[in-house]
Write a protein that binds this ligand. Structure first.
Ligand code: LLP
Length: 393
């Protein structure tokens, strides 16, 4: 259960704002749902969604592995105890040195291009390879996060499979894995199911396959009216189609998925304080002590985040635009949002900020990164603030 206003107000008062607050129980519940509905799948948490070490440790304890996209993420994942066998790596536009370094860690690498495959063979990085495929199916909450189809920079397109096989043959490589990731925050079960079916069809072209990874993208509702992804239905369909595939394929195949947002989004809120109120001919602005340098999703994708005034629960609602403290006019958390008129000193909770919030934060305008705290299962609040620059390689 997500905590109500009192718990969040206590955090804002005790730790000050801006502060990210996460609820351990929400993360654990999300992990449990995945494990329940997809019993035969190995989950690898896409740590780009939130790479706070305490969060990573909690997810690992749930029996979930990790997916990394940079040497920095690999190093952090290792430092919090993820084993090689539970770690995967996928990245476009890698330098040869980065690819070699990732391969040498011994984790499963999903190769993103024919160039990476050629490098893998020429540098003799291992006999078995896995390919990230772009099957032309893409979905997601914004064009920036759709990762399948002709406009996506990711993966090896289906037309290049014969060439990939030639390169593999030239170097004596065996293509034992395939992976796809269609995009982020997908709420339609049908698209997922179609993408999975298509990948299982494509898999028939790879007789040596032992591993299939369906990527991430499982969505969560943000805006009013958005419905939950029917996870149970996707799980049920998946179990049926994977069983049929295993029977037809005739050899053991392991399945994986890489959700990021689904596990952490709803656990987190960014708590901010109202520091100014200003009326223009077009807006009633509430200025807050945070900005897109701490939560970029509205400025970057126009994303909706529920915003609650923790200090004021009664009053008539009016259209409020929530503005940040960064020197750009696009630095807004909401535009014309119906809410009770905030006053200076009020605490606001920007909800569903656990995924792609802190992990996309920067020091733009030379503001410090926000603190991060976790409400533990016991109710105790723990400071889990983290300095990512210690890991960025
Ligand atoms: N696997 C791969 C290869 C990915 O590229 C991603 C996300 C995931 C898994 C996890 O996707 P998820 O389950 O979290 O949807 N910053 C954007 C989201 C970018 C996602 C990028 N790739 C946002 O704030 O909406």
């Amino acid at each position: 259960m997500k905590k109500g206003t009192d718990a969040l107000t206590n955090v804002a008062s005790a730790f000050g704002t801006p502060v990210y607050v996460y609820e351990q129980s929400v993360i654990e519940n999300q992990c449990q749902k995945l494990l329940k509905y997809f019993p035969s799948v190995a989950f690898h948490y896409a740590m780009k969604a939130n790479s706070n070490p305490e969060i990573l440790k909690g997810i690992r304890k749930q029996g979930i592995g990790v997916e990394a996209v940079s040497l920095g993420e690999l190093s952090l994942a290792k430092s919090v105890g993820f084993k090689k066998k539970d770690t995967s790596f996928t990245c476009a536009s890698l330098t040869e040195e980065e690819l070699c370094a990732a391969a040498q860690t011994g984790v499963r690498v999903h190769l993103d291009s024919l160039t990476q495959l050629e490098t893998w063979g020429r540098r003799a990085l291992g006999r078995e390879v896995s390919l990230r495929l772009n099957q032309g199916i893409g979905a997601g909450h914004h064009a920036h996060v759709i990762t399948g189809g002709p406009h996506s920079k990711f993966g090896i397109t289906l037309k290049d499979i014969p060439e990939a096989k030639r390169i593999a043959e030239k170097y004596g490589l065996s293509i034992t894995g395939i992976q796809q990731h269609i995009g982020s925050n997908v709420l339609s079960a049908d698209i997922f199911i179609k993408a999975m079916q298509t990948l299982l069809k494509t898999a028939e072209a790879f007789p040596e396959l032992t591993h299939i990874d369906f990527g991430g993208g499982l969505g969560v509702p943000y805006a009013p009216g958005e419905k939950q992804l029917p996870l149970q239905r996707v799980g049920k369909e998946f179990v049926a189609m994977s069983k049929a595939f295993a029977k037809k394929h005739g050899r053991e195949v392991s399945f994986a998925m890489e959700p990021g947002r689904f596990i952490v989004a709803e656990s987190g809120s960014l708590l901010v304080s109202v520091v100014d109120v200003k009326e223009t001919s077009a807006h009633l602005f509430a200025g807050v002590n945070s900005g897109f340098n701490q939560l970029i999703r509205h400025a970057m994708y126009g994303s909706y985040h529920p915003i609650e005034n923790l200090s004021r629960t009664r009053g008539t609602k009016t259209a409020i635009s929530i503005a940040g403290n960064v020197c750009e006019s696009g630095d807004l958390f909401a535009v014309g949002r119906p809410m009770i008129r905030p006053e200076i000193g009020d605490f606001l909770a920007i909800r569903n900020a656990g995924a792609y919030g802190f992990s996309m934060a920067s020091n733009f305008n030379m503001h410090a990164l926000p603190h991060e705290v976790m409400i533990l299962g016991s109710g105790r609040v723990k400071d889990i603030s983290f300095s990512p620059s210690n890991y960025a390689l």
